[in-house]
Design a binder for this molecule. Structure first.
Ligand code: 5GP
Length: 203
């Protein structure tokens, strides 16, 4: 199953995703490709696959990306091989922007999408400034994008307001656990149970 987590930059998506990945079994992260420069501490192949614009454009030309978008002046995309590799035997979590979520939604039927919101605009601004990862110009661009993106929440299955981190983590995990319980995803669990009943009857 594919889980998509989206929301404005600085709303705490990555922290929430990391917590869910660490605390839930059978959930793996889809590492995106990006042309954005690597930040201090980021690891190529773990946080992102960092590549040049021309290499990214080659991936597009080769139809290797299931979705891609230009976000805050850089290209970001999810590759089909990455999804195939990570999705073999596990659920996959994608941290992508609203344009990417829209593209996945139009291509893949059974996805679960979660939108993360900050409790209010000044909190988002403060978080972007205090995490110290972005230049003033980049922060302004991210806030501008956020103002546009938040209206996209209506197209998501679930909404989490990240005011209290622990509560938001609980809610994200609850969404994932509940989705996994849907009858249509439980075929492989149901069959042995049904068979055990049939075996008993035929005795
Ligand atoms: P950042 O530069 O802060 O790591 O990410 C900026 C934005 O790009 C975030 O909203 C993040 O969700 C989005 N993003 C990351 N990977 C992808 C991707 O593969 N596809 C798309 N469409 N957006 C992505």
């Amino acid at each position: 199953m594919l889980f998509i987590i989206s929301g404005p930059s600085g709303c705490g998506k990555s922290t929430l995703a990391k917590r869910a990945l660490a605390e839930l079994e059978g959930l793996v992260f889809s590492v995106s490709h990006t042309t954005r420069p690597k930040r201090t501490g980021e690891v190529d192949g773990e946080d992102y696959y960092f590549l040049s614009r021309s290499s990214f454009e080659q991936l597009i030309a080769d139809n290797k990306l299931v979705e891609w978008a230009e976000v805050h002046g850089h290209l970001y995309g999810t590759s089909i091989p990455e999804l195939e590799k990570k999705g073999a035997g596990s659920d996959v979590l994608l941290d992508i922007d609203v344009q990417g979520a829209e593209q996945i939604r139009s291509k893949i039927k059974d996805i679960v999408s979660v939108f993360i919101l900050p409790p209010e605009y000044p909190v988002l601004r403060e978080r972007l400034i205090s995490r110290g990862l972005n230049s003033t110009e980049d922060i302004e661009r991210r806030l501008e994008t956020a103002r546009k993106e938040i209206t996209a929440y209506t197209r998501f299955d679930s909404l989490i307001v990240n005011e209290d981190l622990e509560q938001a983590v609980r809610e994200l995990k609850a969404v994932i656990i509940a989705a996994r319980c849907r009858v249509r995803f439980r075929e492989k669990d149901i069959m042995p149970i049904l068979h055990s009943f049939l075996k008993e009857e035929s005795k």
